[in-house]
Design a protein around this ligand. Structure first.
Ligand SMILES: Cc1cc2nc3c(=O)[nH]c(=O)nc-3n(C[C@H](O)[C@H](O)[C@H](O)COP(=O)(O)OP(=O)(O)OC[C@H]3O[C@@H](n4cnc5c(N)ncnc54)[C@H](O)[C@@H]3O)c2cc1C
Length: 364
């Protein structure tokens, strides 16, 4: 059994930021990351981020990952990193089981920060298991991490930021994106991303969805249909299109599986992306030594994941008896940064979700 003060599960922006601040306060931490690389979703984001300077706006996601990783590497005396290591078990006595190269290990922690991010939402349609039906995030990983061109002709289902950004990047990779379809009556993502892909000739068609994928051993065509205001299929609206891949981009779901193993209280809050752990202001779950930050506590953006990570690292360190020398200033600063990030039209949804959370947040 390995013993650790603070174990951070997930080395994305939230986990890395939590480790940096906890180490600054003098806590020894272990980051466990299942991928071979640290950085989470950021390592595939080749586009420049929005937000404010404090969260590295106008910097490419993969460069933000490098900054956050370097910040942790500056504390090598206190931050240990395990990559290609998956946490497969979490127990109420804070024992963690990891799997690395067919070997299981046990680690016992005083406190745990779960920052496992989110996974892609999928949905039911005929033949959705045919090879060639991808999550948009998976396509982005193939292109931007592994340099693999995923297809020649695709259709994107979903017009949120991920659908729009990945459509642009597919185009950059030489893939023909025939159209983006969206079941709602509005485009889900930022106008600037939508305008960018329209300018390069990719149409965005609202009130449309995919009915089925068609093909023998892989996707060869798709059938798309129009929807009326009650989301019923409009008669005679079927359109068959030749494609060799379908990208599904219909949202992300907080990755809370590990938390379920220790009966952490959860609630369905649609504004936060689905079932989320109930947390108090200090990001503590119903087990006060288990904290969450980033997309696992509500799907948002890298900018808020970073600030939530800093904040959670600050609080977890203090509760372990190591108060950061700038605790008071940082505590206020991080809260203000999160308020600022959520002050725009897209932040309203998160704020509403957090209000709903408060009704149950007597978990201190
Ligand atoms: C395609 C796409 C485009 C995006 N574009 C933007 C953008 O332009 N601007 C922006 O601000 N945000 C963007 N985002 C959102 C942003 O990337 C996420 O909000 C952010 O990465 C969340 O950070 P996180 O640390 O919570 O989770 P993640 O980045 O998902 O990191 C979680 C980490 O946990 C690891 N993990 C999970 N389970 C385990 C386990 N059991 N054991 C060990 N490790 C585990 C994962 O491998 C991963 O590395 C985008 C997201 C996607 C998918």
């Amino acid at each position: 059994m390995i013993f650790k003060d603070l174990v951070i599960i997930g080395g994305g922006p939230a986990g890395l930021s939590a480790a940096k601040i906890a180490a600054e306060a003098g806590v020894s931490c272990l980051i466990i990351e299942r991928d071979p690389f640290l950085g989470g979703q950021l390592i595939k984001q080749t586009h420049m981020f929005f937000g404010s300077e404090k969260q590295y706006a106008k910097t490419r996601g993969l460069d933000i990952a490098k900054i956050l990783i370097d910040d942790c590497l500056k504390h090598q005396d206190l931050i240990e990193i395990m990559t290609s290591t998956t946490v497969v078990g979490l127990y109420k006595d804070k024992v963690i089981t990891t799997l690395h190269d067919d070997t299981y290990n046990k680690i016992k922690a005083k406190s745990i920060i779960v920052s496992t991010g989110a996974s892609e939402r999928f949905f039911a349609f005929e033949n959705n298991d045919l090879p060639g039906v991808y999550g948009a995030g998976a396509v982005q990983t193939l292109m931007n991490v592994y340099g693999v061109k995923p297809a020649d002709k695709v259709i994107m289902v979903g017009s949120g930021n991920i659908g729009l950004i990945v459509s642009y990047q597919l185009h950059q990779a030489g893939v023909k994106v025939l159209k983006v379809i969206e079941a709602a009556s509005n485009i889900g993502g930022y106008k600037v991303h939508a305008s960018k892909i329209r300018r390069i000739g990719i149409p965005i068609e609202t009130r449309k969805t995919i009915k089925r994928a068609i093909g023998k051993d892989k996707v060869e065509q798709v059938e798309i249909v129009s929807l009326d205001d009650d989301w019923n299929i409009v008669d005679n609206s079927s359109e068959i299109i030749d494609v060799d891949a379908v990208c599904i981009s219909v949202g992300l779901i907080p990755q809370r599986n590990l938390l379920s193993m220790i009966d952490i209280k959860t609630k369905f809050i649609k504004e936060l992306g689905g079932i989320v752990p109930i947390i108090n202001e200090d990001h503590q779950t119903s087990d006060k030594d288990v904290y969450v930050c980033g997309d696992v506590s509500g799907v948002e953006e890298a900018s808020s994941a970073i600030v939530e990570g800093y904040y959670t690292g600050l609080i977890a360190a203090r509760n372990l008896g190591k108060e950061h020398q700038d605790f008071k200033t940082l505590n206020i600063d991080y809260k203000n940064q999160l308020l600022n990030l959520r002050s725009g039209p897209f932040g309203k949804k998160t704020l509403k979700g957090l209000e709903i959370m408060k009704e149950d947040a007597n978990v201190k």
